[in-house]
Structure formats: C-alpha cells, structure tokens
Design a protein. Structure first.
Length: 313
C-alpha cells in the first residue's frame, strides 16, 4: 500500500458525544486531536499538526522529545480504545495513536491485507520522522505491529501484543451480542440500525470487568462499514493462518511482550503459552480481565507496558 492510499477527514469540531460525528469529505494534512488528560500531562504536551499531506488520522500525546510509542487498535475499534492508558504512558513517552484505514476518522483503503496496512503505517512513521518506535497492538492490531516489524525492523525493534490470538484455532465461540452484529443473515440488517446501546453491548460483551466505554470510541465504531469490517476480519484470519504469530516472533527474534486477559472470551487465554516458545518474549496474564485490558484494567495495563519499555531502551 502506498502512502497515497490513505486520506484523512477535514478538521471538524471536537466530538463530545456519539451524536457529533464530523463529516469525512476532503483530503487535508494529518491532524492531531486533543484527548482529555490530567493537568500535569497537559502541561508537558507538545501537540502539533503534521505537514504530511497523506496519512491516517493520527493523535499525539506526551512530550515530542520523549521516546515514541505507537499504539495500534484492533478490528472495529479506533485509537480511542487506548484512551484510558494514555495519561500514564504520556508521562514518559511520545504516544502516537492511529486510526487504521476504514476505522474511526480514517477513510477506507483499497486493501485491508495486514502487510499492506503495516506498509501504510511505515510510510506514516517515516513521514513523521519517528524511528525507532516501540509498537503496541491490541487484538488484530498486534498482527499489524508484527507485520511492521517483519517489513521494517529499523522502525519496530520491540513489540507489545495485547489480546492478540496466536492462530485461528485459538478463537473461541463469540459472545451472542457480537455474533449478532457481525454474522449473516442478521448482521447486515442490524448494522444499519445499530444504536449506541447496541455498540456498547458489543464492546462490553468481550469484557469481564465493568467498563465505561468512551463516547468517542462509540462514535468511531459507528464510522466503520459492515463490508469493511467483514473484510478486515477475513484478512486478519488469513495473516495468522499463513503463519502463527508465535512462529513469526521466533523468526523476528525481537524483544516482545504478550499480554492476555486471563478471562478473554474472544481468544482462548490458555493459548498465551504458545508465545513462550519465541525467544526474548515475556507473557503476562491479567487476572479477571477479558479482551480489552486497556478499558478493563488501565492502570495494570499501563504498568505492564511501562515495565517492558524500560527494559528495551
């Protein structure tokens, strides 16, 4: 995928609820979006508008001169899904969140193959002048992080994979609310009439702790089309069916952190042990946590990430 495969929406008013969704209409430079954070964090932030004319929607938090950390969301989500862990991470790192093509405020792409999405991110990082970058991916975002390291080890010399299933056989039967939204024959019909409440149930169905789903995440989830979402799921499955993620990590030999919720209802938590065969890979299990550690256990998730990053820099 060339960097010209991406287009970003024109600046609009900041969304405060899921009803305020800016119109995606024209090509403009990458822009940053301010997220809520504590006063101490805001005092140290160095936010900017990139001059690169092509790229996905990008959000920067934390001091620009700090080591960069790229956060990649999973299928059907957006960079907003990382929101609860950002304040802790931005105290020490330049945190970069990206809405993948067809998600959040980034427009669709011609292809959703995992390697091509990784190539698009590489072009974005090159455009921002960020190198090397610790890359953390949630769920299928971990596949894109892995593909990025495969293509550009100079950009991604260390990886953190959160709730990233190792191979298709580790996928569990999906919770009913999620299954209804994504599977034919009801999926396409429900997708057109889905309410904010339905979308929240879809997120909380894969959580095990009570969570407050951010309004901006719900608004971003609403932006993804049904066909796009189904295509993304198929492309993700193809990537891990071709070679499992632990096999890819063994070939890469990079320092890696793997985090699994001990009660993840989407991927078999016991499959986390497969990653232990990869060299220089540490596996962490979070008790009582489901598929969204960033929402369910933000402090624990941030602490695990910070400990890992302290060992690789």
């Amino acid at each position: 995928m060339s960097e010209h495969a991406y287009r970003v929406p024109a600046p609009g008013r900041r969304r405060h609820s899921s009803k305020e969704v800016p119109c995606v209409s024209e090509e403009v430079p990458i822009r940053t979006r301010r997220r809520s954070a504590g006063p101490a964090i805001l005092a140290r932030m160095d936010l900017h508008d990139s001059t690169d004319a092509h790229g996905p929607h990008v959000v920067h938090d934390g001091p620009r001169d700090a080591p960069p950390l790229l956060l990649i969301h999973g299928s059907g989500a957006s960079g907003s899904s990382w929101g609860p862990v950002v304040p802790a991470l931005a105290r020490r790192y330049h945190v970069v969140r990206v809405d993948l093509p067809g998600h959040g405020q980034s427009p669709p792409a011609a292809s959703y193959d995992v390697p091509e999405q990784a190539a698009g991110l590489a072009a974005t990082l090159d455009g921002l002048g960020l190198r090397p970058v610790t890359v953390a991916g949630h769920s299928s975002g971990g596949y894109i992080a892995t593909a990025l390291a495969e293509q550009r080890p100079d950009l991604a010399p260390s990886l953190a994979l959160i709730s990233s299933g190792p191979s298709p056989d580790a996928l569990l039967p999906q919770p009913a609310p999620l299954r209804a939204l994504i599977a034919p024959p009801l999926g396409p019909l429900l997708w057109r009439v889905r309410s904010d409440a339905m979308l929240r149930r879809g997120v909380t169905a894969v959580c095990r702790r009570p969570v407050s789903v951010p309004d901006d995440l719900i608004a971003d989830v609403r932006n993804i089309g049904y066909r796009t979402f189904r295509t993304v799921l198929r492309r993700n499955s193809a990537y891990i069916a071709d070679r499992s993620v632990p096999t890819r990590l063994r070939a890469l030999g990079v320092p890696a952190l793997v985090v699994f919720g001990a009660e993840d209802p989407r991927w078999d938590p016991d499959a986390a042990h497969r990653y232990e065969a990869a060299p220089d890979t540490r596996v962490e299990r979070l008790p009582g946590v489901g598929h969204f550690p960033m929402l369910e256990a933000p402090r624990e998730t941030a602490d695990v990430l910070l400990r890992f990053m302290a060992t690789v820099r």
